[in-house]
Design a protein around this ligand. Structure first.
Ligand code: ADP
Ligand code: MG
Length: 362
């Protein structure tokens, strides 16, 4: 005998995904969580609150860099149009499911997920051994040794999550459950992708910091550890693996390493700018330093690569067959050169004016 069925769970009960709703567990800031029976087992159903109830702006920051398969969607999301708004809402709901799937596959201890229907996630009940919901880290007392071991364990889970491409982003003593078989990290809707989100390092540091300051209450010497910096630095250098034994020690990288990571960052920004302009139908950004003389190669007109709206569709340049005899290939190339192909040296820059106009200097 359960409670009256809450409206968001009704479709799942109708479809037989949930047998019975036992009781509400918690109403957090983002979600309402219910204890249910599904497939004859006690499980948890998490219902995400509607967008109006939550801070929208906050969420956009987290969604940055998350892969959106459909480019129209991506553009709408970027513009935060009405359509974009609902897409972000969807992405937010899917985000937790995506992270759980990715982490579960990577062997990180997160709740097993069973169903995701109508914005409701049905997952494993993390329990205390008697099928009662497990306490949160915040609700448990530890000896210094226990706190120490638990910290080691959690920090290595965070590192393995990083390897799997997930930074939690809201990790704290409220989002770790102490299950009968060990700690389980929960609550992932705000996770970020460390490969593409600019805030990932900052969020990782904050996540580990939260765990550190909570457990340092029981084991004060944890305060001196630098696990987040250590794992991020290894991650950046492509040296972090799920097996990496972290030490908690971290020395600031040398100046040279800083320079190379800075250069990599600049390159990434330039790549992004190029992609952004391409998406807007603008010519590629011009080089940072402009040569004084005119014999720089003219940028290829954009329409040659990608027909714009007005221009007639153009057959894409056929790939040169690999197994074609060398001679033939050479002939083909020279034909192109002597034909209508423009000589790079003398060609006027077709975008010089537009370029200047857009950048506002000259
Ligand atoms: N799989 C689970 N097993 C047991 N309890 C859970 C589970 N998921 C959530 N809870 C309980 O519900 C609370 C809120 O869930 P959470 O996923 O953290 O959402 P919120 O965004 O509301 O914080 C948790 O602190 C925990 O006590
Ligand atoms: Mg939570």
């Amino acid at each position: 005998m359960g409670i009256r069925i809450p409206e968001p769970l009704a479709p799942l009960v109708e479809q037989g995904i949930i047998d019975e709703v036992v009781r509400p567990l918690m109403a957090g800031k983002e979600a309402q969580v219910y204890l249910v029976i599904a497939e004859g087992m006690p499980r948890v159903a998490k219902v995400y609150k509607q967008v109006e109830h939550r801070s929208f702006k906050h969420r956009v920051a987290y969604t940055e860099g998350r892969k959106v398969r459909n480019t129209r969607k991506a553009r709408a999301m970027a513009k935060k149009s009405r359509y974009g708004r609902s897409e972000i809402e969807q992405a937010w709901r899917f985000a937790e499911v995506d992270a759980l799937r990715q982490l579960w596959a990577a062997g990180v201890r997160v709740p097993e997920q069973f169903d995701f229907v109508d914005g409701v996630l049905v997952m494993e009940l993390v329990h205390d051994g008697n099928w009662e919901p497990a306490p949160r880290l915040a609700d448990v007392e530890f000896s210094p040794d226990e706190a120490h071991d638990l910290f080691q364990h959690l920090v290595h889970e965070v590192s393995r999550m990083l390897c799997a491409g997930v930074v939690h982003g809201d990790l704290s003593d409220f989002n770790v459950l102490i299950g009968h078989d060990g700690p389980v990290i929960i609550d992932f809707p705000q996770w970020v992708d460390p490969a593409s989100n600019q805030n990932a390092r900052r969020l990782l540091l904050r996540d580990v910091d939260n765990l550190t300051s909570f457990l340092a209450r029981h084991a004060p010497n944890l305060k001196r550890t630098r696990y987040a910096e250590e794992m991020w630095s290894l991650y950046e250098q492509n040296q972090l693996t799920p097996q990496t034994r972290l030490t908690g020690r971290f020395k600031r990288s040398t100046r040279q390493a800083d320079t190379s990571s800075l250069l990599a960052e600049i390159e990434a920004i330039e790549r992004e700018e190029r992609a952004r302009r391409e998406a807007l139908g603008l010519p590629p950004p011009r080089p940072a330093r402009r040569p004084v003389n005119t014999d720089r190669p003219a940028p290829r007109p954009v329409s040659e690569k990608r027909p714009g709206k007005g221009s007639p569709p153009r057959a894409s340049r056929p790939e040169e067959p690999r197994d074609e005899p060398k001679k033939k290939r050479r002939r083909r190339r020279s034909r192109k050169k002597s034909g209508k192909a423009t000589d790079a040296q003398s060609a006027p820059d077709p975008f010089a004016d537009l370029d200047a106009l857009l950048s506002g200097d000259d």
